[in-house]
Design a protein around this ligand. Structure first.
Ligand SMILES: Cc1ncc(C[n+]2csc(CCOP(=O)(O)OP(=O)(O)O)c2C)c(N)n1
Length: 290
């Protein structure tokens, strides 16, 4: 079902709140993976606002949907969502990545409620997601599994081993998503080690592959619904995104894969985010008036 205008506005507001939290958390921690957190926060917000069937009271509920954040370095964005759900206290964000904190830069599933897999070493999440989805079939459960990968991460061979097995087993209700922000740690993917033709690669492994704007909630929602409905093949949704989306000095610049910011830079980033949000809301309102 298409998102209603009210749902769309609510998701925009939530994503804005999470973007601001990423900046505030980076200020507390001193530094963080800003670029890849800001590129993936829209899809993660959408998943948790509209798709993830979870119980905030019971993070270990057996029938919950699973989210495997394969690009585990975006934990600084994921914690904003976990705090919003109530799995962790908002106050805990102040100790993100500090020495001895239960909230490490890569989130530990044994320490942080709501984290379905410990990730951070790239290349492993899709195999974990495959096992999780196959377990649903084995146990006769109907939960869904969503796995989010980075595009640079897809240079890891293990991703393609998992893809080959997913193409073969076609496990139920597994949706693969890739944050195609075109950048990795030290350059643009196509300069460091090209991954294009990316859709064709997934197709060669037996997937239905589709590319959508990873900052367009309606397009993403439609693609995720279609992927969940589809049973003949697994789906990979490639999310065309911008690394550092919403913050002027980060946007599109791979140097902001990871970095430290001063209070002044944080204030500038928050002002940019407010402007970005206002322009998004204005665009929705203009469309409504047409
Ligand atoms: C196995 C492994 N090798 C190297 C790293 C260090 N590392 C952390 S993030 C990153 C870049 C990942 O690029 P991408 O998947 O495109 O992430 P995004 O741009 O979405 O943040 C690298 C190489 C790692 N975490 N794991």
């Amino acid at each position: 079902m298409p998102l209603t205008r009210e749902e769309l506005l609510a998701i925009e507001a939530k994503a804005h709140e999470h973007r601001r939290t990423i900046i505030e958390t980076t200020l507390c921690a001193g530094s963080g993976h800003l670029g890849g957190a800001l590129s993936m926060i829209d899809v993660a917000t959408l998943l948790y606002s509209r798709f993830m069937r979870i119980d905030p009271e019971k993070p270990d509920w057996e029938d919950r949907d699973r989210f495997i954040m394969s690009k585990g370095h975006a934990g600084i964005g994921f914690v904003a969502i976990l705090a919003d759900i109530g799995y962790i206290a908002k106050k805990d964000l102040e100790i993100f990545n500090l020495t001895g904190s239960k909230l490490g830069i890569h989130l530990d599933a044994n320490k942080v409620p709501g984290v379905d897999a410990s990730t951070g070493s790239l290349g492993h999440g899709l195999s974990i997601a495959l096992g999780t989805a196959l377990a649903a079939k084995q146990l006769g459960k109907s939960y869904r599994t969503f796995c989010l990968l980075g595009d640079g991460e897809c240079q890891e061979g293990a991703v393609w081993e998992a893809a080959m097995a997913i193409g073969h087993f076609n496990p139920p209700r597994l949706v693969t998503l890739v944050d195609r922000n075109h950048a990795q740690i030290d350059g643009m993917t196509e300069d460091v080690m090209p991954i294009e033709p990316f859709e064709d690669k997934w197709r060669a492994f037996g997937f239905h592959a589709v590319t959508v704007d990873g900052h367009d909630f309606e397009a993403m929602s439609e693609a995720i619904e279609a992927a969940l409905d589809r049973t003949d093949k697994p789906t990979c949704i490639i999310l065309d995104t911008c690394k550092g989306k919403g913050v002027g000095f980060c946007a599109g610049d791979y140097h902001w894969h990871y970095g430290g910011i001063t209070r002044e830079m944080g204030d500038e980033a928050l002002r940019d985010l407010d402007q970005y949000y206002e322009s998004r809301v204005a665009a929705i309102e203009r469309r409504g008036a047409e």
